[in-house]
Write a new protein. Sequence first.
Length: 418
Amino acid sequence: MKQESIKEEAKYCLNCKNKPCSIKGCPLNNNIPEFIEQVKQENYEKAYEILSETTIMQPICGRICAHQKQCQGSCTRGIKGKPVNIGELEAFVGDYAIKNNLKIKKQINEKLVNKKVAIIGGGPSGLTCAAFLAKQGVKVTIYERYNSLGGLLIYGIPEFRLSKDIVKKAIDKILELGIEVRYNQKLGENLCLGDLKKYDAIYLAFGGNISCKMGIDGENLIGVYGANELLEYSNYPNFEDKEVIINGGGNVAIDIARVIKRKNAKKVTIVYRRDKEQMPAEKQEIEVAQKEDIEFLYKNNIVKINGKEKVESVELIKTELVKKEESTRLFPMDIKGSNYVKKIDFVIMALGSKLDDFVKDLGIEMTPKNYIKVDKNLKTSNPKIYAGGDIIGQEKTVAHASRNGRDAAKKIIEEFCK
């Protein structure tokens, strides 16, 4: 969006005193009306300073956050008309900061300058925690499994939805705070928690990216893949002129469908067991996918994958949505006798993700659902170790993971200052 359009969009904001976009809508509680007010006045440095109090992901969250469900979904303007385009405004400020080399301001606390914190994982949660610690003078070292930082921002979200160049520039700005990074360090392989005893605290933020399975017949056939692994490693089979089904309804399902379509698949179909209105994917992402000729098969579910060695077809069943007691969400129920078979070449599972098996061997208490258990301060059963993001069962969004990172930094600092 051009600067002239940005000013007009900023003027559209009512600068509500009760700030529903910030308090109700934004997981990070960014001071949205205040930063937009500064954009109105063309005081972009001040706008960046205001946003930097709560987030270091402006150019990223401004592009990929679930704005329609979060800040823009709570915008007062949206009650009777179009909400303020908060995402575009945030991205503009973030881009302005990169282009004009604005610095994240430090507020050194002398009590913290000799403290050391190790962060395992350089994704949104780890980077945010690192930044908010380093801003106050803590010596931070990030241990990253790959040879570059970013996590899912680099290895999960396709280039057409989030530019890798923007991600790298945003990360460079964070590293200017004096954060040390050690690459190619994977917990459970060449790195263990015992190696980190010299640190005063540890924050676990390595995420969980193992694709969940359905537990149905045929999932081990050649041609069945996990969406998370395909996006992470970019090691794709030949989809050219093939028919592909993606099972799932979130943004990952949309992302992998659009990637596969770009690899010249003959037909790409997303199967979702509920209706369109219940899809967790962003509405705008669904609309973009439809424009790219990706088909959607609502109120259907895969019950079996057929084939001798590789995928030949899938058996589906139609579903109906029913309301259960003690639940506000409609639940999909199979319609008996509605089974049918569809010829297919590949099946991609996009049903969510789980943690690596090595997490169970870390000596940290787990929840019944096999996430790392934390208390209200994000502290694990080991008082020196904190955790956040996917590995504690948090909502799988960049904003929620970043909020965990910021909150963990705050709690670590409070502990250090006692």
